[in-house]
Design a protein around this ligand. Sequence first.
Ligand code: ADP
Ligand code: MG
Length: 250
Amino acid sequence: MLRVQDLHKRYGATEVLKGVDFTVDRGEVKALLGPSGSGKSTILRLMALLEAPDAGEIILDGKRLGVSVSGGRVSHLRERDLARQRTDIGMVFQRFNLFNHLDALHNVMLGLTQVRKVSRSEARDRAHAMLTRVGLAQRAGHFPSELSGGQQQRVAIARALVMDPKVMLFDEPTSALDPELVGEVLAVMEQLAGEGMTMVVVTHEVRFARRVADEVALFDSGQIVEQAAPDEFFDRPQHERTRRFLEHVH
Ligand code: ADP
Ligand code: MG
């Protein structure tokens, strides 16, 4: 479903991604672990088309993203076409990034009415259905300031889901939450995985990764060090770097 090939990115003198390759099959959940500053958020931002790579390709459902190719010539897409491609990729951030002046329902509706040009009444129905799916039907009229962090994050998940994305990217979705609110967000993500959503999850939640992920990867210094099925990864890591990392998170 999603393939990243030889992805490179630098900021000034800092080479943040040093040639990243990975694949996520349809319906598969991939967990990315790694130390702070290793480039995990950067790779998600590139996959979400929020930034362009310096080199490499992102291929979603057989289609190369961010560029148009005609007659062998590659050119970068204009903003309007990028916006359309972005709707295939749902992204959930560590900070919920909701619009504070809109209630939960209108936060979820916005992408449908603005980007997809869906009618207001249909957008309202679909947004309601999505809030119900994340357990927030009763909170549709609440503003972000009236919701807990866990509820805000579930609204953010509903907002991404309502666009009917082909893949969902999560960037440490529970790291900013009080510990007692982490479970409700992980439960929604686990439900989503069970329904067959293709997902890439950057997380420090080792137990979640072990239970829900089909494959776990360790990211360090802009490269994937090791990737394997959860039992292999956690119980029989092949690389010294992975063993050292796991000592700190277990
Ligand atoms: P992680 O999510 O694994 O903590 P990031 O992808 O956020 O790592 O960052 C990787 C490296 O890239 C860090 O050294 C960070 O300082 C740098 N970096 C990230 N975004 C930018 C940016 N917009 N400008 C300059 N440096 C950046
Ligand atoms: Mg990050």
